[in-house]
Design a protein around this ligand. Structure first.
Ligand code: PEP
Ligand code: MN
Length: 257
């Protein structure tokens, strides 16, 4: 896990995690990683166990998807990031994936949070869709009190009365959580907006408000994504975001090759 230590969140550096909503097959993940890496992205996301609202939707490749992500991550020397949805997959994922994610639907799954306290991998804790700051903080404490202090908060939009966007990005979460805790906080503008045309604006807002990083859904052919195509952006867009914010690239931690 040495490479993780070089990638500490919240240490004055800025982190970009990008990759598809779900790992669809090895080839698309490989091509996506190649394009992202060549544009300076060092952290690759991809879901293997997708918690879909409809049982009829594509629910991911499961264990095979995790092995694809592990392999592609090695191939391009990228930190891998993926969501864990159940306790009996924690150990398998901890062995194969660098950073585990608790998705919004599991923020209140306390037994899962406790099991993530027993591993040494960093954990990204997404905010529940209707959770207060204190409930979110209390969820983080379940992981920390169980033995793992490497928790990264992720604001991914909360449910409001507005339907134009998928959720409502709560920018206040950044300064408020920074007052409450020293834990790093990243923003997911993809799920917050649900629309690729809004992703860069929300990303810029997050950077301006002091976020420690971003997690963005990206795929080589965004519109062909099986899952969340409408909010998925191209690697070129990610590159454009990095280039548009003055000095942002200087703050991206480079991995030692
Ligand atoms: C995801 O990041 O793949 C995801 C499902 O996000 P959320 O849990 O925020 O809906
Ligand atoms: Mn998604």
């Amino acid at each position: 896990m040495d490479k993780i230590n070089e990638m500490r969140f919240g240490s004055g550096t800025f982190k970009i995690i990008a990759g598809p909503c779900s790992i669809e097959n090895y080839e698309i993940l490989y091509e996506t990683a190649k394009e992202l890496k060549s544009r300076g992205v060092n952290m690759l996301r991809g879901g293997a166990y997708k918690l879909r609202t409809s049982v009829h939707s594509f629910r991911g490749l499961g264990d095979a998807g995790i092995m694809h992500l592990a392999q592609v991550g090695k191939e391009f020397d990228m930190i891998t990031v993926s969501e864990v949805t159940q306790i009996d997959k924690v150990e398998f994922m901890a062995q194969n994936i660098d950073i585990l994610v608790v998705g919004t639907r599991n923020m209140h799954n306390y037994p899962l949070l406790e099991s993530l306290g027993k591993i040494t991998n960093p954990v990204i804790l997404k905010r529940g869709i209707a959770s207060t700051y204190d409930e979110w903080m209390a969820a983080a404490e379940y992981i920390i009190e169980s033995g793992n202090a490497q928790v990264i908060l992720c604001e991914r939009g909360i449910r409001t009365f507005e339907h134009e966007t998928r959720y409502t990005l709560d920018i206040s979460a950044i300064p408020v959580m920074k007052q409450k805790t020293q834990l790093p906080i990243i923003i997911d503008p993809s799920h917050a907006s649900g629309k690729s045309s809004l992703v860069s604006s929300l990303a810029f807002a997050a950077i301006a408000a002091g976020a420690d990083g971003l997690m963005i859904e990206s795929q080589v052919n965004p519109l062909e994504s099986i899952c969340d195509a409408a909010q998925t952006v191209s690697p070129e867009t990610i590159s454009w975001i990095l280039d548009t914010v003055p000095d942002l690239r200087l703050h991206l931690t480079r991995m030692k090759l």
